[in-house]
Write a protein that binds this ligand. Sequence first.
Ligand SMILES: [Zn+2]
Length: 272
Amino acid sequence: MPELPEVETVRRGIEAPLRQQQIINTIIRDSRLRWPVDDALPALAANARVIAVTRRAKYLLIETDKGRLMVHLGMSGRLYFVPAGTPAGVHDHIDWELSNGQALRYTDPRRFGSVHWLALNESGHALLDHLGPEPLSNDFDGELLYQRSRKRSSAVKTFIMDGRIVVGVGNIYANEALFRAGIHPKLAAGKVSRPRYQRLADEIKQVLSEAIAQGGTTLKDFLGGDGKPGYFKQELSVYGRGGLECLRCTAVLKEVRLGQRATVFCPNCQKR
Ligand SMILES: [Zn+2]
């Protein structure tokens, strides 16, 4: 599943080629995504000129002079460029044909992604309401985690993965950041001290920044249109390493389910 670093990598990859292009034609081959794609999209987006590509949580926002395209990649979605008119495969659901002869293609085998159009006078969208701050912004820090967690008995790992608290901390990154911060994933969120949340917030920023930096090296896979998902592999300390030795202390890493998500931690480095 594309996580925040992958989505950010896609954003960086498509922004420069899209900027100043006009959307000449929108071809919807299959509107049955997570939510049906609006039939009016081709008319709404016709001749729109792209100004910028931004991101909120895992939503890409293609900003134009006529409105905004809001794209979520779901479980298996991809956005990349092909020459306009390139024959479409069975999972190539939408093409936006551009003034430079290229097309931005949306491919999504599992169809859990979504595409919405936001008119210029719409400041936001229901899907974007109630989202917590961006993890790499200054709005997110240990103090926010500390304040929002008081009296909460849910596990700290579940707490930091809650998009209403902070967006974009997927399962892999939650596991890694907790390991680096030395915090047991099942510890009640309300029991974590302010200094430990400061450390945890720093580690969340660090692990996501490293993943984004890693993503830059694999950008071609995202945009090449070769049909491969191309999501990058970060060097991980705990995720996917249950039963193996801790890289820091050589204790055996434990793997448990927490909120139905694979949770790996070192019983020695993350005692509490
Ligand atoms: Zn250890």
